[in-house]
Design a protein around this ligand. Structure first.
Ligand code: SF4
Length: 311
């Protein structure tokens, strides 16, 4: 049973909605802490005001197998982002604002429609900057029968204070761990202190939900699933990230080491990013994770890696 149902039954979901909306007044929803009043339409670094903008939604079969199951993961792609990754593959959505404004009732309807299509979960993609709006919609959707697990699929630049409001609501956390080095994060994603903020967020997520639990049908029900995209020339700092996960989170962390990097958007501005990763770089990343003692790696078959890199 999804955690938010219990919270709703105890009358606590409303309190979380109110507390989250309060963050918008002097926005501190994410670690940027822009301080703008989004309730009156002001915008900070995520370029999002009171509204929520959705670029697309539907059953998705390209996510990790425990999320996809038989009928797909019910993804909702939110427009805009609190990161500025110069190699973003979805930059028209994350940076250029492609999408449609939706009301809280429409967002609730989207969640319910994905459940009605038998999706195993509601997969909130880039949710960080719209957590309050998501909670408002969730409250409506629960009243109309939503019951599948919620997946929080973020770039990993999340504030612990906001994550605490999601305790008992989010069932599956799926953060990126993009960088081990603050200067690289600043150069490639335009954010301060990514590595330290990201680690604090992953600690909080794991404290709430623990290691990933998969049911007898192979479908994830609760827990932490980390994504790490390997960048060319070691720019993602894989060694530091896998050591952190192994020593400070759990050797049983479900980790997807991703191979599909290809130069997109403004990646050509940085010489080290101007090519896909090599097979050797990917194998080395896997090796580092195994050397660190991590036991649950979402390894892709080499043929699939080639396919992902062509897409
Ligand atoms: S959610 Fe947006 S406005 Fe709020 S602190 Fe983050 S970037 Fe700034």
């Amino acid at each position: 049973m999804a955690g938010y149902l219990e919270l709703y039954r105890r009358g606590k979901l409303r309190e979380r909605v109110v507390a989250a909306l309060d963050l918008l007044q002097k926005c501190s929803v994410c670690p940027h802490k822009c301080g703008v009043n989004r309730l009156t339409g002001e915008r900070g670094k995520c370029r999002t005001g009171r509204e929520v903008v959705v670029s697309s939604y539907g059953p998705h079969f390209g996510e990790e197998a425990p999320l996809v199951g038989t009928y797909g993961s019910g993804t909702i792609f939110f427009t805009n982002c609190n990161l500025r990754c110069i190699f973003c593959q979805n930059y028209s959505i994350s940076q250029l604002g492609e999408g449609e404004k939706v009301t809280k009732e429409q967002l609730a309807y989207i969640m319910l429609s994905l459940q009605a299509r038998a999706c195993h979960n509601i997969n909130l993609v880039s949710p960080t900057h719209v957590v309050p709006q998501i909670l408002e919609a969730l409250e409506i959707a629960v009243q109309s029968g939503l019951h599948v697990p919620l997946v929080y699929n973020s770039g990993g630049y999340d504030s612990v204070e906001t994550l605490r409001l999601l305790d008992g609501i989010v069932d599956i956390y799926m953060p990126d761990m993009k960088y081990d080095d603050e200067r690289t994060a600043k150069e490639l994603s335009g954010v301060e202190n990514y590595a330290s903020i990201n680690r604090a967020a992953v600690r909080e997520m794991h404290r709430q939900v623990g290691d990933l639990q998969i049911d007898r049908y192979g479908v994830a029900q609760r827990g932490l699933l980390v994504r790490h995209l390997v960048l060319p020339n070691g720019l993602a700092g894989t060694r530091g990230i896998v050591d952190f996960l192994s020593k400070e989170i759990s050797r049983n962390t479900y980790l997807n080491i991703m191979a599909q990097y290809r130069p997109c958007y403004r990646a050509s501005e940085v010489p080290g990013l101007a090519r896909p990763i090599s097979a050797e770089e990917y194998q080395e990343a896997l090796w580092l994770a195994k050397q660190a003692g991590l036991m649950r790696l979402d390894e892709r078959h080499p043929v699939e890696i080639l396919r992902l890199r062509r897409e």
